[in-house]
Design a protein around this ligand. Structure first.
Ligand code: ATP
Ligand code: MG
Length: 251
């Protein structure tokens, strides 16, 4: 199986321009979509005592698949019947407006700056039950905005209004945004691309998340090979085998 069509140890700007591949929407009966269903179920089971109202996806470094994984998990979750709001909290490298083909005139940054109302920034998508809040215009001070009381209030409002809030965030090791948000979200999931992420980098990211007492539910191994799909600290969600990216999404 051809695992890596292209090397992504360097910054990958494909999804910035085109959005990420929504295999769960484009090809819901495929093996990969099935794996996303399994991932969803496992996330649900990882918190049996308390129903999760919000989950956040992050990783140690850029271009490791945070947006791909979080967006596809959001689709499978909404398809199950729960109302889901997917928030693009990556105010530096946003992709959700591209992926779902919606306007990014107003979004998270606009709301946080007081330039748009709560209702203004919530947009429906082509997936029933799935709503998105795009990044909005890229602000000069993302960390400051995301650390504000207004962000805290927004998270609470979204948790009340929707069955589940899902956040796509920047990598933990480069900026503090994900850390700041993780402290306010019920569960955190790390995307770990097998064979790409440095072990030390992942350990460091976990440390940073532990500092803010984030509730790390587990990791999702992205691009794992079958032989390597056994265990990793914090739990293992079932593989999401790479390789389908030979067929790039056309837009
Ligand atoms: N399982 C996979 N197999 C092959 N390529 C993948 C896989 N998952 C993601 N990619 C590719 O890797 C690139 C980065 O993916 P994605 O945009 O989801 O990462 P990200 O962590 O959100 O990046 P950023 O740090 O820019 O937000 C994209 O080109 C995507 O198509
Ligand atoms: Mg991303």
């Amino acid at each position: 199986m051809a695992l890596f069509k292209k090397k992504t140890t360097k910054l990958d700007n494909y999804s910035l321009k085109n959005g990420v591949g929504l295999v769960t929407y484009d090809d819901p009966t495929s093996t990969i979509s099935e794996q996303f269903n399994t991932i969803r179920t496992n996330i649900q089971f990882s918190s049996v005592d308390k129903k999760l109202n919000s989950i956040l996806f992050t990783s140690s470094a850029p271009s490791e698949g945070k947006s791909t994984v979080s967006n596809n998990v959001a689709v499978t979750w909404a398809k199950q019947g729960e109302t889901v709001v997917l928030v693009d909290a990556d105010l530096r490298r946003p992709t959700i407006h591209k992926t779902f083909n919606v306007s990014n005139r107003v979004g998270l940054s606009s709301y946080l700056l007081g330039n748009a109302s709560f209702e203004d920034v919530i947009q429906p998508t082509m997936v029933k039950n799935l709503f998105v809040i795009t990044s909005g215009p890229i602000p000069p001070n993302p960390s400051e905005l995301l650390g504000s009381m207004r962000t805290k209030d927004l998270i609470n409002r979204l948790e009340d209004k929707f069955g589940l809030l899902i956040m796509d965030t920047p990598p933990v090791n480069t900026v503090t945004d994900a850390q700041v948000l993780a402290a306010q979200i019920d569960g955190v999931i790390m995307v770990v691309p097998q064979g790409i992420a440095e072990k030390a980098g992942v350990a460091h990211a976990k440390q940073l998340l532990d500092t803010v007492h984030a509730n790390i539910l587990g990791v999702i191994m992205n691009r794992v090979t079958k032989e390597k799909s056994q265990g990793y600290y914090g739990g293992y969600y079932g593989g999401y085998y790479g390789g389908y990216y030979g067929a790039e999404k056309e837009k």
